[in-house]
Structures are given as structure tokens and as C-alpha cells.
Write a protein of this length. Structure first.
Length: 418
């Protein structure tokens, strides 16, 4: 079925705004779709896919766009739409545009220069080369430029994994257990889940397997006092509450009331009553200080560059500047030190990010340990063995998309010894 010619104009218009990189692409798309309610669900889906495909492959597409005639933004829109829906589905093409598209879509991208194929800003590609070497950096870049799979977490308070697989199959939605997290499922394609009874009842939540592993390594137990220090919309909070079997006390701290508001409907569905959302002003808030030395386990999923999530948020790589990471480093260390005050003797603190950059990860942990001698690093392999997670790691958890099929995550487990 051919797409209406007007779709090219819509894609061009929203792309022009997104490529200014003044805010997250998903927010811009959502606002555009709200402002154009006559666009159908198929049309919205194709536009979104075209935009995200272009953001992932921006360097290659820009070089292709330079080879054609007419306005470059229209050519970029055509390349995104051709990749998303196929050239034959596009209505409103001139014969010249059809010829040009057919020509460029047949170019063997494997023959392009490595730096172009990586589709990353030059500064970021150079850092990946330093850290991983050329072969590994290319594999990582190629994986980051593909869409992420859809992972679910089974809410063990309401169902088990086999029950959910069977219920999804009736939908019919094919879901398979993932290799590492014990309650994770990977779904084929991207079905709409919001109207499923499983989703409405809180038996499933959308959550990347890597994020589920972070919750797991905290090791939260029944009856404990636990804090999710940067809870956001609460995906890990809900996973922790279920691991605690709805006992004990679980605080969800965040500086954003708006983010915590998104937790409320999810919390209502989940069946958990042990979660207490708390808005804090900063890491040294009086609400934090009141709990100093009383908490068994603290999870710090620190604000970070988000470079491990480029499959979901490809615009991040173009919006981020190297100096932004330096600014984040100061904040990351400050948050870690603020959260550490909560931990009681014998308690554990997990520092985590969804970044693949050493300066946001190992460097922060090492700086923290230099000045906080009451904490020691617990080797990650020991923690993974305790939790029966079949991963091989050294001192730290380092999940990378091309090896583990998760988002990019880092984590360190720190134990208070006095």
C-alpha cells in the first residue's frame, strides 16, 4: 500500500526541527503528532521510523544526500522513508528522485570508510577506538546503529515467566526468555502492549534486560530498608520491590516530581505497597540526611551521558558535547558521596550508569574509594555468582550491546565495612 505524498512533507518538517538538536527527538515527535492529529497510526509509525533511522545513520545519509538534486532536507527525508518503508511505498516522487533513491540505496555500505560507517561524532568514535580498538569499536558502533529489542520484566508478585509466555502466545505475541535476568523476556517485533490484560494488571513491565540485572545485583532482600537514589520513572524501583517480595521499606528518591509522577500509575498496577516515592531537592537534602547510616542497600543509577542507550535514543550522540561529560563527572561523584551516607555498616551501595565511557564509570568509583575508606569494592563476579546470573565479569559489570544484546550499562558494588 502506497503512502500519501504528504508524508514526505511531514517527515521533512519534523526532521528540520529535530536536527536542530535543541531537545530530545522523542519529545519533538510526540509534540508534532499531537499538533497533526489527522496522521494515522501507520503514517506516524513510518515517520518515526524514518526519523530514528536517519538519526542512527546521519553521517552516511548526509553524504548520500549531497549527491542528489533539490533541497537537502527533502533528500534526507526521502532516504529515511525509503529505509523505513521501501522506495515503492513512497507516493509523490519525481522520476529523478526515484532514480536517485534507487541508485544510493544500492550502494554497498560496507565499502564506505570506517569512520563514516560508524555514524558517530568524530570525538566519540575516537574515544571508542582508544577504549575498544578498531574491530571492537566498529562492531559496537554497528550495533548501536540498529533498533533495540523490546524486553519485558515479569512481575513475580503477580505471575511467573512461563505463565506470561503462554498468555502472550495467545495474543499472539512471541516472547522468549533472555539469557541473564531471571524474569526477563524478549519480544519479537514491537507489538502494542498497553491494551493487553497482562500489562493492565501489572504482570509485565517494559524494561531492558540490562536494567533488570542492575536491580538484581543490588541483592535486596525481604524486610530490608532499601533506597533507589535516582529513581526516575521507577523501572528499577518496581523490580526491587518485587525482589523484596513486597516487604520492608523501599524509598524512591528523585529530584524531579514530574519523573516520580510517572511512577504512580505503574506502582498502582504493580500491586506493591512497600514503595515510598520521595521528591528531594538534591543529594544533600534533609530527607536524605535523616536516613543516614540506616539503609541496608542503596542503588545509584546516576545521571549520565546515556551513550549506552543509543539504540533507543540515537539523537543523544549528536546532542552531546565532550565538555558535557566533564560536567556530569562532578555531579556523579557528588551524588555517589551523598548516597553513600545512607548505607549502614555491612550494607551495600551499587553505583551504575547507562554509559560506556570510562570517565563516567571506573574513574568515578576509583575517586570515591580514594576518599571513602570505609567502603570497599566487591568483585562483580562474586556478586553475579551470588545472584546466579550467568555472566563472566571482572571487578565491574560492563554490559555492551554488541556482546550482551542489552543497553550499555556499568555497575560497581561497594560495601561499607565500618
Amino acid at each position: 500500500m502506497r503512502l500519501p505524498p504528504a508524508l514526505i512533507g511531514h517527515t521533512e518538517e519534523v526532521l528540520r526541527e529535530i536536527l536542530r538538536f535543541t531537545g530530545p527527538a522523542d519529545n519533538t515527535l510526540s509534540r508534532y503528532f499531537r499538533d497533526h492529529p489527522r496522521l494515522g497510526s501507520r503514517e506516524r509509525g513510518v515517520i518515526a521510523e524514518a526519523v530514528y533511522g536517519l538519526l542512527r545513520n546521519k553521517l552516511v545519509y548526509t553524504s548520500f544526500a549531497e549527491s542528489g538534486q533539490g533541497p537537502s532536507m527533502r533528500r534526507l527525508a526521502l532516504l529515511g522513508l525509503a529505509d523505513a518503508a521501501g522506495i515503492e511505498a513512497l507516493g509523490g516522487l519525481s522520476p529523478e528522485e526515484s532514480d536517485w533513491l534507487n541508485r544510493v540505496m544500492q550502494i554497498d555500505r560496507d565499502m564506505l570508510p570506517a569512520a563514516l560507517r560508524a555514524n558517530l561524532p568524530a570525538w566519540l568514535y575516537e574515544r571508542l577506538l582508544e577504549r575498544f580498538g578498531e574491530e571492537e569499536a566498529q562492531k559496537l558502533a554497528q550495533t548501536l546503529n540498529t533498533p533495540a529489542p523490546l524486553d519485558l520484566r515479569v512481575n513475580s508478585i503477580k505471575a511467573d515467566r512461563e505463565q506470561v509466555i503462554a498468555a502472550l502466545a495467545e495474543a499472539p505475541i512471541l516472547a522468549e526468555p533472555t539469557p541473564y535476568a531471571p524474569l526477563a523476556l524478549r519480544v519479537r517485533k514491537k507489538p502494542a502492549l498497553q491494551n493487553l490484560p497482562l500489562f493492565k494488571s501489572g504482570a509485565i513491565e517494559v524494561q531492558d534486560e540490562g536494567s533488570q540485572i542492575l536491580a538484581q545485583i543490588l541483592g535486596a532482600r525481604r524486610g530490608e530498608m532499601v533506597v533507589d537514589f535516582c529513581a526516575g520513572a521507577g523501572g528499577k524501583t518496581l523490580a526491587l520491590g518485587a525482589l523484596m517480595r513486597n516487604t520492608g521499606r523501599l524509598y524512591a528518591f528523585d529530584i524531579s516530581e514530574k519523573r516520580l509522577a510517572k511512577l504512580k500509575p505503574r506502582l498502582a498496577r504493580s500491586g506493591l505497597s512497600n514503595v515510598h516515592p520521595v521528591v528531594i531537592a538534591h543529594e544533600n537534602d534533609a530527607k536524605v540526611k535523616r536516613l543516614a547510616g540506616k539503609i541496608d542497600r542503596v542503588l545509584v543509577d546516576a545521571p549520565c551521558s546515556g551513550l549506552g542507550t543509543l539504540r533507543r535514543n540515537p539523537d543523544v550522540k549528536w546532542r552531546l558535547k565532550p565538555e558535557s561529560i566533564t560536567e556530569l563527572n562532578t555531579k556523579q561523584l557528588s551524588i555517589l558521596e551523598g548516597a553513600a551516607r545512607l548505607v549502614k555498616a555491612g550494607g551495600r551501595l551499587v553505583y551504575a550508569t547507562c554509559s560506556i565511557m570510562e570517565e563516567e564509570n571506573e574513574s568515578i568509583v576509583r575517586k570515591f574509594l580514594e576518599t571513602n575508606t570505609s567502603f570497599q569494592l566487591v568483585p562483580m563476579q562474586q556478586v553475579l555468582d551470588e545472584q546466579k546470573i550467568p555472566l563472566q565479569m571482572g571487578d565491574f559489570l560492563k554490559l555492551v550491546p554488541h556482546l550482551h544484546q542489552t543497553d550499555g550499562f556499568f555497575a560497581a558494588v561497594l560495601e561499607r565495612n565500618k
